[in-house]
Write a protein that binds this ligand. Structure first.
Ligand code: PLP
Length: 424
């Protein structure tokens, strides 16, 4: 854009404004903000709702009646299934939770604040100011947990192979008040990258100054291939055990984007020390989670292979949606923007010229297309370069996505031209 004269930029701008106004006059109401499965995806799992029909159907493999109270950490068949999905060495390293892994993460942090963690001498909150490392861009709800609980967030750049590990190693080794780090290690939200084996090993070998430091390994997209090429992620818990660090890792996942968001099953995996410690405190919070839903999931999927077959069906629905957005971005704005082209997950991360993201999202809103608020992928909602936009292509139908992506490209170009003009 710098090569254009002011007059040329004004001409380009007036053409773009005319195009933009044509879209605006259509009175559209489109949404590329929600990382939700589409109706078609939800329909795949609907037969699961009718697998429990009789009282006999509600008896688990030990003979326990799942309609009743009890079984704090999950029915054995659910622990077996999640143990396979999370690659744990034993079912003793699993807790089956409720419908939300985010809820499990929140609970773990709050418990750590109030009671401390296994092996820790004091509650986290006995430090005046505790901190978490936050790879950026990242998942806004992780950051909201920290902000709400008064945990200071330190941004760490998320590179193509994971967080900047030089920075992570240095910071955790020096500062005892750093108690945790957020990680979305596979098909990360929003950039779609997967941590390399070297990154995972460096996590496994961390030597934090805080003995009660925990890695929050949120493997929300562990099963979510799109392209047919699956990224490989090393098992961080097993690696960490090799270096005497097994107690440092908390792993999480859920079936929110496998079966039903908000009505799936969540699980955490950790060392037996951690699991036993957490179960004692969890037993005060609840008598047990929804075992009927655990049964429904196990009976419907049968085993990990059943889950993987289901994920292939999701991929078939999602793949054309990613493809159309990527195609339009390439055709329209490859000269001024870059974006991720992930092998899986739920998002495309778009990098627009610095200082333009907020403006693009505003222009989109005015044209009737809702986007994730700019800045949401950074702690405190502040994107320091104002250049990251998260695109969530899974929910809208392909035709709507095509229109939304075309408008997005017009808005990116408009914002870039406006910025270039302001610098003339
Ligand atoms: C990285 C990540 N973790 C967790 C969640 C929420 O998971 P759950 O539905 O299990 O609470 C999401 C949802 O978008 C996510 O992107």
């Amino acid at each position: 854009m710098q090569n254009y004269s002011k007059q040329e930029l004004l001409e380009i701008k007036s053409e773009l404004v005319a195009k933009y106004n044509r879209y605006k006059s259509l009175g559209l109401s489109l949404d590329m903000s929600r990382g939700n499965p589409s109706k078609e995806q939800l329909d795949i799992s609907t037969p699961m709702l009718s697998v429990l029909k009789t009282a006999e159907d509600c008896i688990d493999e030990t003979g326990f009646d799942c309609r009743n109270y009890g079984v704090l950490d999950g029915i054995p068949e659910a622990k077996k299934l999640f143990s396979e999905l999370m690659n744990t060495s034993s079912v003793d390293e699993i807790i089956i939770g409720g419908n939300s892994s985010l809820n499990m993460m929140y609970d773990n942090i709050v418990r750590a604040m109030i009671f401390g963690v296994y092996g820790g001498e004091k509650p986290w909150s006995s430090c005046e100011n505790i901190k978490f490392l936050c790879p950026v861009p990242g998942y806004d709800r992780h950051f909201r947990i920290c902000e709400t609980l008064g945990i200071e967030m330190i941004s760490v750049p998320l590179l193509a192979d994971g967080p900047d590990m030089d920075m992570v190693e240095k910071l955790v080794a020096e500062d005892e008040t750093i108690k945790g780090i957020w990680c979305v290690p596979k098909y990360s939200n929003p950039t779609g990258i997967t941590y390399s084996s070297e990154t995972v090993r460096r996590f496994a070998m961390l030597r934090p100054k805080a003995k009660d430091f925990r890695v929050f390994w949120d493997n929300a997209y562990s099963l979510h291939d799109i392209s047919g090429r699956s990224d490989i992620l090393l098992n961080v818990l097993e690696e960490a055990k090799k270096y005497g660090n097994g107690d440092m890792i908390y792993k999480f996942m859920s079936t929110s984007k496998v079966s039903f968001p908000g009505a799936g099953v969540a699980a955490m995996a950790a060392s037996k020390n951690n699991i036993d410690f957490i179960k004692k405190l969890m037993g005060v919070q609840t008598i047990g989670y929804d075992k009927l839903n655990q049964l429904r999931h196990v009976r419907y999927f049968k085993d990990a292979e059943g889950v993987r077959r289901q994920m292939q069906r999701h991929a078939e629905i999602i793949k054309p949606k990613f493809a159309i957005v990527l195609y339009i971005l390439e055709k329209e704005i490859s000269d001024i923007a870059t974006w991720s082209n992930p092998n899986g997950g739920y998002f495309i991360s778009l990098t627009v010229p610095d200082g333009c993201a907020k403006r693009v999202v505003t222009l989109m809103k005015e044209a009737g297309v809702k986007m994730t608020p700019s800045g949401a992928t950074f702690p405190y909602g502040v994107d320091p370069k104002d250049n990251n936009i998260r695109i969530a292509p899974t929910h809208p139908p392909v035709a709507e996505l095509q229109t939304a992506a075309e408008i997005l490209c017009v808005c990116v170009r408009m914002a870039a031209v406006e910025k270039a003009l302001s610098e003339k």
